[in-house]
Ligand binder design. Structure first.
Ligand code: MD6
Ligand code: FE
Length: 219
């Protein structure tokens, strides 16, 4: 029997409330959003997040924009806070074009409060996890991918549940709403060189950027 291939389009088996727009942003919109992200990084440089307790570094580096930012370090663990962990400065505002994406695709009345920016270099990945540090447990998470293609995996509410994989290309938008909001998901790998979007002179080694918009408080 043929091996299952990662889906490029949605077939069956994905959790309800999981939405993929494989080409939500055209090349011009991707370039404009990338400029917004470069401005965020100038104001709030990427830092090295670490696992709680062990202090193990994650394979991505991170920053945020918005009134709150998600972070993790050895001493404090997973949390939202209003300031950059190294500069102590407030995170820069969420760019208007990201707010637009939330309004268009999020189907949620309250505005997003946090946008986590994950920077993937070759070999970086994101283990299976559930986003569960938000008080607004039912608000969707809206995610935008820029740069190299990623192999994204999503399963069910239990870690042992079966998973499905799909490739996320530059310009893809994913929404985890409804039941999918509580499902395990992660990134198994990126495909280095599959996109030329991320400027290597400005972000050396960074191949993929993922932005996740979240509502944190119940408002
Ligand atoms: C990533 N994304 O695509 C990791 N979380 O790099 C996430 O962890 C994620 O894409 C919640 C909702 C959508 C996501
Ligand atoms: Fe996540």
């Amino acid at each position: 029997m043929a091996m299952a291939q990662p889906a490029d389009n949605l077939a069956g088996g994905f959790p309800s409330g999981f939405k993929v727009l494989p080409a939500a942003l055209d090349e011009e919109e991707q370039a404009a959003l990338l400029d917004d992200v470069l401005a965020v990084l100038a104001a709030a440089p990427a830092y090295q997040p670490r696992m709680p307790k062990s202090g193990q570094p994650l394979s991505v580096t991170m920053t945020n924009c918005g009134p709150l930012g998600w972070m993790t370090d050895q001493a404090g663990g997973y949390r939202y806070q209003a300031q950059h962990p190294e500069s102590g400065q407030p995170w820069p505002p969420i760019p208007a074009r990201l707010i637009d994406l939330w309004v268009r695709h999020g189907d949620w009345a309250d505005p997003p409060e946090a946008c986590l920016v994950n920077l993937y270099r070759a070999g970086a990945k994101m283990g299976l996890h559930v986003d569960q540090d938000e008080e607004a447990v039912d608000a969707p998470v809206v995610s935008v991918s820029l740069g190299d293609t990623a192999l994204f995996r999503i399963g069910g509410a239990q870690r042992r549940d079966p998973t499905r994989s799909l490739k996320l290309h530059s310009g893809a938008v994913v929404v985890l709403g409804g039941a999918a909001r509580h499902c395990y998901h992660g990134v198994d790998r990126i495909y280095p060189g599959s996109s030329g979007l991320v400027p290597q002179d400005k972000l050396p080694g960074v191949r993929r950027i993922n932005l996740t918009l979240r509502r944190v408080t119940r408002g």
